[in-house]
Ligand binder design. Structure first.
Ligand code: NAD
Length: 455
């Protein structure tokens, strides 16, 4: 009997689709097909591979509203976010469509001959995607992988397979061969695990929890398999006394509650300089209460539901009776995995409210005395994905940006992701970088060739 997975709309709790789960045997067949398709795909002329990727990007653009509505239905993302996410896939494809003709090697001066380097594709790349940003995260793996001449097998999260399946249809309609890009909905322990153990998969791109990421890395070690990891975060939003406090407080809820806090870059620890702490909290309260939570399909909605019943129970468990709740926003009653934006004031950075990646709309606010203490507190975590710094002092902005151990810093803003700049984590937030001009390096091996010209 073939297993199926019921896809649930998290805003209504209604089953919207049922997706057949791929088995281990089918995964092996798909990997074998991807390996067989590799020589022909890498041999496609650079300009032709580029054109196919541009066509894929155009197909995504033409289907943008449908993809966005599918994500609203499957993941409860607000329609505004979902449109941005589908647009991000288009843009990532266009950006890496420029890569095939620019995959340069180098000519290095040597005596007695000529020395050349080549950027060779790896073979089959396995991409494992989490449920929180199903479309963009998939494309950050498959677009540069395909551009560099690899074939791709991609596993979406069990909870959110619908947009990945649609993206595969669009790729094939655009002319990318079936076996060059395959989407395999299934369990992490079955399909994802096979990407790790199957010798024909030469690289795993994993985005997900730090816990599973460690298992993937350990599993890949067995074959010295290449791996990129994008893992969790518990990111600091550092507000100095000299900042534009009104702006910092108005922006803070959107730095953490976007996607209901289910964002590896969520600024879920607000560190505020003691001298302005009370004033900041006064300004933060109306900003939090003003976040519009509700039907994600409504254009005015700013925050939708959590992804699942189980995930909401986990988020809730962080707020037992007597938890230090400062204030909360609102959330709808009735069906749907709703949770209100919540501000807590834990006693210190090691309190689970301030230390754990809750992955929901809960933000911890903590005071600090001076710049040195702010940096110490920001770095007192095993994670290191992103951080924000609010100050009017440009010297401090740069000093603190350099001192915080995180991959993505933003000053007087919370933005972390641009497809043309590098993205990734320090410490246990990951390994390697995605996006930006250097991502192709993670999907190629450097080969050095010496040609004797003396003989
Ligand atoms: P998860 O680790 O549970 O699952 C992620 C993916 O891995 C899913 O597709 C899952 O099926 C698969 N998987 C699970 N067990 C596996 C195994 N043993 N072998 C192979 N694959 C397996 O994470 P999640 O709950 O889906 O996503 C949330 C997490 O993702 C959060 O911790 C978040 O911080 C992280 N995340 C990180 C980034 C980043 O770029 N750093 C971006 C988004 C999400």
């Amino acid at each position: 009997m073939t297993a199926k997975f019921d896809v649930i709309n998290p805003a209504t709790e209604q089953v919207v689709d049922s997706v057949r789960l791929v088995t281990a045997e089918e995964t092996d067949t798909a990997i074998a097909r991807a390996a067989k398709a590799f020589p022909a795909w890498r041999a496609v002329a650079p300009g032709d591979r580029a054109r196919l990727l541009r066509r894929f990007a155009e197909a995504v653009d033409a289907d943008l509203e449908n993809l966005a509505r599918l994500e609203v239905l499957n993941a409860g993302h607000t329609i505004g976010n979902a449109r941005w996410e589908a647009g991000n896939v288009r843009d990532v494809l266009h950006y890496y469509a420029a890569a095939p003709e620019r995959l340069f090697g180098r000519q290095i001066p040597v005596p007695g001959g000529v020395d050349l380097t080549f950027a060779e594709p790896l073979g089959v790349v396995g991409v494992i995607v989490p449920w929180n940003f199903p479309m963009p995260i998939a494309s950050w793996g498959f677009a540069p992988a395909l551009a560099a001449g690899n074939t791709v097998v991609l596993k979406p999260a069990e909870l959110t397979p619908l947009t990945a399946l649609r993206l595969a249809e669009l790729a094939h309609q655009a002319g990318i061969p079936q076996d060059v890009f395959q989407v395999l909905p299934g369990k992490g322990s079955v399909v994802g695990q096979r990407f790790v153990t199957h010798p024909l998969v030469r690289k795993v791109v994993f985005t997900g929890s730090t816990e599973v990421g460690k298992q993937i890395m350990a599993g890949c070690a067995d074959q010295v398999k290449r791996v990129t990891l994008e893992l969790g975060g518990k990111n600091a939003n550092i507000v100095f006394a000299d900042a534009d406090l009104e702006k910092a407080a108005a922006a803070a809820p959107y730095g953490v509650f976007d996607n209901a806090g289910q964002d590896c870059c969520a600024r879920s620890r607000i560190l505020v300089q003691k001298s302005v702490y009370d004033r900041f909290m006064e300004l933060l309260e109306p900003a939090v209460r003003g976040v519009v939570v509700g039907d994600p399909g409504d254009e005015k909605t700013e925050m939708g539901p959590l992804i699942s019943h189980g995930h909401r129970a986990k988020v809730r468990s962080y707020l037992p009776e007597g938890a230090p709740i400062a204030f909360q926003g609102t959330a709808p009653d009735g069906p749907g995995y709703w949770f209100p934006p919540t501000v807590v004031t834990p006693s210190g950075v090691r309190d689970p409210l301030a230390a754990d990646e809750i992955f929901g709309p809960i933000v911890a606010v903590l005071p600090f005395a001076d710049e040195a203490e702010a940096v110490t507190m920001a770095n007192d975590t095993d994670y290191g994905l992103s951080a924000s710094i609010w100050t009017r002092d440009v010297g401090r902005a740069l000093r603190v940006s350099r001192a915080v151990e995180a991959g993505n810093l933003s000053v007087n803003s919370h933005s972390s992701v641009r497809y043309w700049t590098p993205f990734g984590g320090f410490k246990q937030s990951g390994l390697g970088r995605e996006l930006g001009p250097d991502a192709l390096a993670a999907f190629t091996e450097t080969k050095n060739v010496f040609i004797d010209t003396e003989g």
